[in-house]
Design a protein. Structure first.
Lengths: 333, 333
């Protein structure tokens, strides 16, 4: 039977689980809020499903839950922050007001974060800025899992990009997508179930196309969406999120083998402060998209799930709920 | 027999053809330099092939060759410019030094251009900034030709994105790609030759998949690379290059029918000033890409063609050369 929890209660339980694994409350709050937002919006793959790996990363010391991030460079339109092996969400939360002031003052603001863990969706990082009137673009690199333009050997992460633009009176236009055709999680699931993956999504250790998920996971590679064009984006993400910030590249991943851990890398965030008239132009664009048959915009499904969650509580299946209570150290009711 | 012209002589002839069609020298210089750079680098589809439509757009008054662009908003990290129906390349040339000063002072600089024509590759707009040490991201919207997430009806342009990052001692890492799987030009060529196009690149007026180029051109639509993920990028380009700049969207295209014309829209350019140590990180990334089997990086083929052109002159086939001389008003030798 589905259990329904208010989103605040869910976020508190997640934070409690993270604090129990060694995370300081100042870090646990923003990380838990992101996971709870994913569950609230029905994005299960980036919600509680990720909690055990988060907890594991803290327990084994791969992520530092006590890290205090340091601003290492301050310029009128760009902040560089060292997360010191903590998570990026607390960095964004701490710099949020300052970044918006910078963007209002100069027209644009960059947050360049290095040595940061990220293990959820990108849209929770950017949607709040669009709700405040800013256009936001973010990207994050992850562990080495995907081939680039040639050769079939993994070199980049499944590097995600996210984009958010404000709309008057309705939720922002937001999308968030990885550079790979399918996620590593989908391949893991297929391997566990003994299923094949669709043709074209990965290659084996010899760079040859394969539908065998184990061959992709064991020395093979995921492939970028759209072939070389997706590879270009993934490499751009390595430059923006790692080379510019001073973070590790995907191919420098040093996470412990044989255990589920979060990705340590870098995060790039750009805010642009739009001029007057932008809102009306966004509505013209969204109306034209609807006229051309795009009845649903990215984010519409999330917002429908959100309305339901806010009205009736976030629906959790009993297994997720039990795992959450166990990690949080609470007894089952 | 191939004719070889020094790149400066080629650029002068292109400028002469543009001036003869009514373009002021201050606009013709940067536009001609871009076309000549494409020919120099072997990017024929964006070189002299584009000249007749450029000349036509000027002659019929679709583009204003006498336009004097106006800076309409100036902020420490963002300039907004109205090109007044002229081309974007002269705007970039005029603001180039100022943008680099802004990026050095604040960390980042945006150039948001509206009411601007663009009809060549994006890489000539960004590569020069990377040669001066800046990371550059640009995008441009174009005429309505491509479907977005659903519906199969055209709504966005084949909106291109380009990215350039500096490398020490070698040419920058640069890519430039449209959001469609194939270009409109490829479909036109297939229609002229009576060939089919590959499956998956377009749909007909009913939104159904087709390999008939005429069905794509007559009421159908091109399709984005990578499906919905490419559509997300194309819509982002409409937001960045049109909504943010105040330019026309692709679906507002009002170009005269039945004649080859340039695209009137907007252009987004971001410069980021990297911190010390960036160059060494770029070399680590490029070395890892090579190790993973990416023997050729985007731009390598262009740079090989460039070396040949600079050593022996830009190779032109006799037909292109004759058309150029005719448009420039020069007699054939």
């Amino acid at each position: 039977m589905t259990i329904r929890l208010p989103v605040e209660a869910l976020a508190r339980l997640v934070a409690q689980a993270l604090e129990r694994a060694g995370m300081a409350p100042a870090q646990a709050g923003p990380v838990a809020a992101g996971l709870a937002a994913c569950e609230r919006d029905g994005v299960r793959g980036h919600g509680l499903l990720r909690l055990p790996a988060l907890v594991n990363s803290l327990r084994i010391g791969w992520a530092d839950g006590q890290a205090v991030a340091a601003v290492i460079d301050e310029r009128p339109a760009a902040l560089t922050v060292d997360a010191r092996r903590g998570f990026v969400q607390p960095v964004i939360a701490a710099q949020r007001e300052r970044l918006m002031r910078m963007a209002r003052a100069t027209g644009a603001a960059l947050l360049l974060t290095r040595n940061s863990h990220h293990f959820s969706a990108l849209w929770p990082d950017i949607e709040p800025f669009a709700e405040q009137g800013f256009v936001a673009l973010a990207c994050v690199n992850s562990k080495k899992r995907m081939a680039a333009w040639g050769g079939g050997r993994p070199v980049t992460g499944t590097n995600a990009m996210g984009f958010a633009a404000p709309r008057p009176n309705v939720p922002p236009l937001v999308w968030d997508q990885s550079s790979s055709i399918v996620s590593q999680g989908d391949v893991l699931l297929a391997a566990q179930r003994g299923h094949a993956v669709p043709p074209g999504v990965g290659c084996d250790a010899d760079g040859q196309p394969t539908t065998d998920p184990k061959a992709i996971l064991e020395g093979g590679a995921l492939l970028p969406f759209g072939g070389p064009k997706g590879a270009s984006l993934a490499v751009m993400v390595e430059v923006l999120a790692a080379a510019l910030t001073g973070a590790s590249f995907a191919f420098e991943d040093a996470s412990p083998a044989g255990t589920a851990t979060t990705s340590l890398g870098g995060h790039f965030l750009l805010l642009v402060d739009p001029a007057a008239g932008f809102g009306a132009r966004m509505e013209a664009l969204c109306a034209a998209l609807a006229d051309a048959g795009n009845d649903r915009l990215p984010g519409d499904r999330r917002h429908a799930a959100r309305r339901d969650s806010l009205a009736h509580g976030v629906p959790l299946d009993p297994t997720s709920h039990a795992t959450l209570l166990q990690l949080a150290g609470d007894a089952l009711p």
